[in-house]
Design a protein around this ligand. Structure first.
Ligand code: NAG
Ligand code: NAG
Ligand code: NAG
Ligand code: NAG
Ligand code: NAG
Ligand code: NAG
Ligand code: NAG
Ligand code: NAG
Ligand code: NAG
Ligand code: NAG
Ligand code: NAG
Ligand code: NAG
Length: 759
């Protein structure tokens, strides 16, 4: 929210890339903004950041200044006179004039078709090319006799309106980012995406265009994004203000575009060094002795590990925000013992849900810290035999209360990293499960499991939740972000470090929103299924997350849960699953965070739940699994370097091929447009490593497309990691890929990669 001050340490963090505040070659904004009064509608356009504009529009009533915003104001970089921090303007127009304003290499024009005709008043954005010519980026789209490009409707009894804004596109424009969907796509052209959160779906209205601009729809409202052939449309279902920003770069220069976008939305701080190692988890370690034994086993096997995780239902009741003392009698002892055995940090799961039996229920209900529903203080969901209400992350007092519990029960006892699970907002991030009570039936009848599951999946609509900050419809997209903010603020308060400074601890969140990267918080891809197709689809999920600005991304190695149609799925004793697991694990060495987690099945059970440790996938697989954990630690300097670049300038870690090769390789451009599996399953990990996970079983070799790097004919820039054979770019190479080798190529010398000397 806007309340965050721009971080104090910005200057100290400024690496050589940072812009000085004065920049003589820069075309400074030649207007502080203009205001269009157009009937009941007011539109204010202001220069914002380098090469950017911010547009705010409202119907009848001006904004109060308390609207939820995810944009830094002023942005982290940019000319001092392009801050948009107040609604300032030097020009007022009434829809019968044209007006042009320029900031850096971007121009905005307000068009009025002629002096007598204000019906088609629309904005258009252009890039000034290096030769001085202008290229249209996009314009508000309203063909004759159609809905206005800025369209408003009033659906409720209150003042809030729904806004649908349409922008022109062309069939060849590609759209990158938009948060995450599970769709095998890095180009979102042609998609319609609901702005409603679910487990594994974190739709976020921020994108980079292949036409060389970036766009942020700065709204907390639920709604929709549509990327059609001729029109892109953003809808907010319930709002009092329309707010968006646009910025540009030369075509193909996606690093600059990310730099501009993250100057507006936030930069990732530096992660703690330990978090770049191997992070271990399963559903679930049930008690203290089992957890200490886990640490003992890592110690005895000599396998390095940086984080051990305690999953859900470790509490007595939902909403206690503390471990069940019956199962975890001495938390500080446990944390110290785990540290002593392995050096690892501990993370504990928390759910936002509060059940009536929780020690915190009465206090939170009385103090108004719980979310409610339109029909009164109603429950928002149900889980595990209890109806629940979620804590209200949008209320600062609720965030403070949550943290006070986490601090006392975990942090002060040595558990300082938090897993923000089920935090999608509204309900618990799933289709409504009516499982608040066990199903009882009349005497003489049996309640079959089929009957029970039918009752649990009745198609009620999503709960119509009310929060401190507004309704689910109007600010629902804020919820997961505010929940990340709660943990961020709490941890920052406890460590005495300002936001933006390097992180000592991390959180792990299932959801997020515009600018979530500013928190010490990684987003993971949610509850995935343990099948090959899901492995393959996670690559494009990570690449879309990266393009949205979320550099801190991870997943569940091996997939989270069984696919009910695949009998071997998730069974650690089945060779078919073991092979999938090994392929998934070796790939995850080359993700921003390497995190193992899942709910497993097994034929031989020796713990409360089935095993998921590196040594439980069969004797022949253990050395392979361990070799990748070791490789992860060997890559420490490289990881530090690429996280440093992400933090300084927003330079992406997981890099879709279009990032680096749009200019040098027309094949990459064409394959990106088709979402060919070369571009949805291959990527650069930092500037030097080309990673291609094996996504099929029984494979001994793998075809990899090696992009043309622009090096001259005859040079062979790509080196296969496992053989040191070199290859020229612009061709497909089929390389040996036995189970122990993930297809991995490097540019430049291996020594440079290992030293981290890769700027
Ligand atoms: C000057 O401004 C341009 C934006 O047009 C930016 O790309 C460049 O980094 C700035 N240079 C300096 C030294 O600030
Ligand atoms: C709109 O603005 C123009 C230019 O300032 C002015 O000439 C014209 O009278 C205005 N129209 C109305 C209806 O106010
Ligand atoms: C700003 O500069 C652009 C490009 O040079 C020009 O077209 C426009 O009229 C100028 N606008 C103002 C308000 O000076
Ligand atoms: C605005 O610019 C457009 C395109 O150049 C032109 O057709 C139109 O007549 C202009 N409108 C006014 C009011 O000058
Ligand atoms: C207003 O502009 C639209 C679109 O340019 C045009 O179709 C229409 O005829 C114009 N109306 C008048 C009264 O000039
Ligand atoms: C926890 O364990 C430590 C070390 O064994 C011991 O000193 C302390 O008294 C224990 N605390 C509780 C509450 O059992
Ligand atoms: C962090 O500290 C500030 C200042 O004391 C306080 O207002 C805020 O509520 C705290 N945040 C949390 C989550 O405890
Ligand atoms: C802890 O969990 C282990 C493994 O599931 C189990 O064998 C043991 O009985 C449990 N201990 C307690 C105190 O519940
Ligand atoms: C790549 O796409 C082709 C054509 O759609 C398909 O036949 C092939 O199986 C895919 N390969 C992988 C690894 O998904
Ligand atoms: C893998 O190969 C084995 C032996 O050749 C065969 O039995 C099995 O069906 C194959 N699995 C798949 C998924 O193709
Ligand atoms: C590389 O070779 C191709 C085909 O022989 C030729 O068309 C191209 O101009 C050459 N490029 C360079 C940079 O030498
Ligand atoms: C490849 O080269 C590296 C040094 O760059 C060396 O450590 C490695 O053993 C070589 N691998 C093979 C298979 O020759």
């Amino acid at each position: 929210m806007g309340s965050f001050a721009r971080f104090a340490a910005a200057a100290a963090l400024c690496l050589p890339f940072c812009n000085a505040l004065t920049n003589s070659s820069y075309f400074r904004p030649n207007s502080t903004g203009f205001r269009l009064q157009h009937g009941f509608e007011t539109v204010v356009v202001q220069p914002y950041g380098y090469d950017g504009f911010r547009v705010r529009a409202w119907a009848f009533r001006p904004p109060s200044g308390n609207e939820v915003s995810f944009l830094y104001d002023p942005p982290l970089e940019g000319p001092a006179d392009a801050t948009a921090s107040a609604l300032t303007y030097d020009t007022v127009i009434n829809g019968t004039q044209n007006y042009t304003m320029r900031n850096g290499a971007t121009v905005v024009k307000m068009f009025s078709p002629n002096a007598d005709n204000a019906t088609n008043v629309r904005l258009a954005f252009y890039r000034v090319n290096t030769d001085g010519s202008e290229s249209l980026l996009t314009n508000e789209y309203s063909p004759i006799k159609s809905l206005n490009s800025r369209y408003y409707e009033w659906n409720g009894p209150g003042y809030e309106f729904s806004a649908a804004y349409s922008f022109a596109t062309t069939p060849d424009e590609q759209i990158y980012g938009t948060g995450t969907q599970q769709d095998h796509m890095i180009s979102k052209k042609g998609n319609t995406i609901d702005l409603v959160n679910f487990n594994t779906h974190v739709p976020t209205p921020l994108f980079m265009s292949s036409r060389g601009y970036g766009f942020v729809w700065n709204s907390a409202s639920e709604g929709e994004m549509e990327f059609g052939q001729l029109r892109n449309r953003f809808t907010s279902k319930s709002t009092t203000l329309v707010d968006y920003a646009i910025t540009s770069a030369q075509p193909g220069d996606y690093d600059t575009l990310q730099r501009r976008l993250t100057a507006m939305t936030g930069r990732a701080p530096l992660p703690p060094q330990w978090s770049l190692g191997y992070l271990h988890s399963k559903l679930r370690y049930e008690n203290q002795s089992e957890f200490i034994q886990l640490a003992q086993n890592f110690h005895d096997y000599g396998i390095p590990v940086s984080l051990l995780v305690i999953d859900y239902q470790s509490w007595a009741h939902q909403g206690d925000w503390g471990l069940d003392p019956g199962l975890w009698p001495n938390v500080s002892y446990m944390a110290a013992r785990v540290k002593e055995l392995t050096g690892a940090e501990i993370m504990a799961s928390l759910w936002p849900s509060v059940e009536d039996a929780s020690v915190n229920y009465a206090t939170m209900q009385l103090d108004g810290l719980l979310s409610a529903t339109r029909s009164g203080p109603g429950t928002t969901d149900s889980w595990n035999g209890s109806y629940i209400r979620n804590y209200d992350a949008t209320n600062p007092a609720a965030r403070k209360f949550l943290w006070s519990q986490l601090y006392e029960n975990y942090y002060s006892n040595g558990i300082k990293n938090f897993w923000i699970d089920q935090a999608d907002g509204g309900n618990l991030g799933e289709a409504y499960e009516n499982n608040g009570q066990s199903v009882s039936v009349a005497p003489g009848l049996t309640c079959s499991s089929t009957w029970k599951s039918l009752i649990e999946s009745i198609p009620y609509p999503l709960a119509d939740v009310l929060y401190y900050a507004g309704t689910q419809k109007s600010i629902g997209k804020l919820y997961p972000w505010a929940h990340q903010q709660a943990i961020e603020e709490g941890t920052r308060n406890a460590t005495g470090k300002q936001q933006g400074q390097p992180c000592d601890y991390v959180s792990l969140a299932r959801s997020g929103y515009i600018g979530s990267q500013r928190f010490c918080s990684m987003i993971w891809s949610g509850d995935s299924t343990a099948v090959w197709d899901t492995l393959a689809s996670q690559v494009s999920v990570g690449l879309s997350a990266a393009a949205t600005g979320w550099g801190w991304w991870t997943l569940d190695i091996g997939g989270f849960q069984a696919d009910s149609t695949v009998p071997w799925s998730n069974n650690i004793d089945d060779d078919r699953y073991r092979e999938l697991y090994v392929r998934w694990q070796q790939w995850a060495t080359f993700l921003p965070f390497m995190r193992n987690h899942g709910s497993r099945a097994c034929n031989f059970q020796d713990a409360y739940t089935c095993n998921n440790e590196p040594w439980t996938y069969g004797a022949s697989n253990t050395p392979i699994i361990v070799s990748y954990i070791n490789l992860r630690y060997q890559l420490g300097n490289y990881l530090t370097s690429i996280f440093g670049q992400l933090s300084a300038t927003g330079r992406m870690i997981m890099r879709p091929l279009y990032m680096d090769f749009s200019i040098t390789d027309p094949n990459v451009v064409a394959m990106t447009r088709n979402n060919s599996n070369v571009t949805t399953q291959q990527y650069m990990f930092g500037p030097r490593l080309l990673v291609t996970p094996v996504t099929l079983p029984n494979v001994t070799e793998w075809a990899v497309y090696l992009p043309n790097t622009g090096a001259g004919n005859g040079t062979k820039p790509w080196t296969y990691w496992w053989t040191n054979v070199t290859y020229a770019g612009g061709q497909t190479a089929t390389v040996p890929a036995p189970l122990e080798h993930v297809p991995l190529f490097h540019l430049g010398s291996r020594a440079d990669v290992l030293s981290g000397n890769v700027f």
